[in-house]
Design a protein around this ligand. Structure first.
Ligand code: PLP
Length: 446
């Protein structure tokens, strides 16, 4: 940083200005930053992010849902430091290393069913691409090249590379690229917000499952897989649904010989109250996609876990029958060590039980929000809380983000849905700040 051709920023405004010139920020209309300053973050600790002025913000959304145990956790930091002294990265074709082997064995032990084979990539969308390709390729090898279509749920989000976007149903991200996407079907969402008045979450989920059944009854011969976000459809407003849908989906997929791909990229590792969302329905998918919290949110890492049946179909003397897919950073050693340290924290801290107590405490505080006259559909699943706001303001999300910062909160609503998905280390006092600050935001904006 001492090279005079590339000087460090001397002030926050300079850092912000240089970022706006040199960095194209994700999911952002850059021109809006002519009015709205970027938040220049200097450090983090636990649930808190600190900007270069020393202002702090409670990371209520775990930095896009990745962080499980807070920022700068000593145990994960130490594991990465230790790994740095050994090997930071080595290609995983023709080579292997202890962290990737240990991580794969641990994941096999804790994943639902018998998902004994781990294929790694670097981010969530890449994991989705892998699962889709593997599913199609399996059917091809099994003599069914016609099974090349995918079904997903209305309102599902699976990432934004072209394959992942093809099974995503978020118009804002999809519409522009429609000519590039593969045709597919999005069957009725089981999200309880769509139920008829008086219809229970379970009854509605069963009704939605019938549309899946009707679709596959007609189209199973050309369908490779159903992909879904189990229990919580994140990006389209934290829509939550009853686990009975997953049970039905599993039965229907098995009956019609269609793979089930569970995208637990956002909800894995305890987020929904069980280690994996699939556990709540006591089902095992054919492919399980994991990322985000996998490395504690520290480093880009994702994995697709699958069964021996799938694996064996590719196992052959002929290279051409192999799964010839690769990413340069597949199984990165530093990321695998971060993941192992994260799994140790999950076990050591008895996270599922601890989170139950935390969730109960949070639920005792939320009356301040549920009683607000503009709050609709307050919902909760494990360590996720969400509600919709009754407003006509099309800029609500951006205004809420700004108003949140004034209350020392990082909130990033999804349209008119405000949600909390905090790191698991959040304390009771911090929950109180979160709820009180959010109430202030609502009172200011509505
Ligand atoms: C359910 C789900 N699947 C896939 C993805 C894509 O992951 P990534 O952003 O790492 O590509 C996300 C990201 O939010 C997600 O929530």
């Amino acid at each position: 940083m001492s090279d005079t051709r590339y000087p460090s920023a001397t002030s926050a405004p300079e850092l912000q200005q240089r970022s706006l010139t040199a960095v194209w920020h994700p999911c952002t209309q850059m021109k809006q930053h002519e009015q709205i300053p970027l938040v220049p973050i200097a450090s983090g600790k636990g649930v808190w992010l600190y900007d270069t002025h020393g202002q702090r913000y409670l990371d209520a959304i775990s930095s896009w849902w990745v962080n499980l145990f807070g920022h700068a956790h000593p145990h994960i930091n130490a594991a990465i430091r230790d790994q740095l002294e050994k090997i930071e990265h080595v290609m995983l074709a023709g080579f292997t290393h202890e962290p990737v082997v240990m991580l794969s064995e641990r994941l096999q032990q804790i994943a639902p069913g018998t998902l004994g084979h781990c294929f790694y990539a670097s981010d969530g969308a890449s994991a989705i691409e892998i699962a889709l390709k593997m599913s199609f390729h399996y059917w091809l090898l099994a003599g069914h090249p016609e099974k090349n279509r995918f079904v997903s749920l209305q309102n599902d989000y699976h990432g934004e590379t072209l394959g992942a976007l093809s099974v995503t149903d978020v118009p804002l991200f999809r519409q522009t690229y429609e000519p590039l996407l593969r045709p597919g079907t999005h069957v009725q969402t089981p999200d309880w917000r769509y139920a008829e008045a008086g219809e229970s979450a379970q009854d509605y989920a069963l009704r939605a499952a019938m549309t899946l059944e009707n679709h596959l009854a007609k189209h199973h011969a050309e369908t490779a897989a159903l992909i879904l976000e189990p229990l919580v459809q994140g990006a389209m407003g934290m829509g939550m649904y009853h686990p009975v849908y997953l049970q039905r989906a599993r039965e229907i997929c098995t009956r019609y010989q269609v793979h089930l791909i569970a995208d637990e990229i956002a909800v894995g590792f305890g987020r929904t109250g069980t280690l994996f969302a699939c556990n709540q329905a006591a089902i095992a998918p054919d492919f399980l996609c994991l990322s985000k919290g996998l490395s504690g949110g520290y480093l880009p890492l994702s994995v697709v876990m699958t069964t021996d049946t799938i694996y064996q179909a590719f196992y052959d003397d002929r290279t051409a029958r192999a799964f010839l897919h690769s990413h340069s950073h597949t199984g990165n050693a530093l990321a695998c060590r971060a993941a192992l340290a994260t799994l140790e924290l999950i076990e050591r801290n008895q996270v599922l039980e601890t989170n139950q107590h935390k969730a109960a405490h949070m639920n005792s505080l939320v009356a301040a929000l549920t009683e607000h006259p503009k709050v609709r559909h307050f919902r909760h699943c494990g360590m996720i809380w969400a509600f919709d706001v009754d407003t006509q303001d099309v800029d609500f999300a951006a205004k809420c983000f700004q108003a949140g910062l004034q209350q020392q909160l990082l909130l990033r609503p999804l349209g008119k849905t405000i949600y909390f998905m905090p790191p698991y280390v959040i304390t009771e006092d911090e929950m109180q700040l979160l709820v009180a600050g959010t109430r202030q935001v609502l009172d200011t904006l509505l």
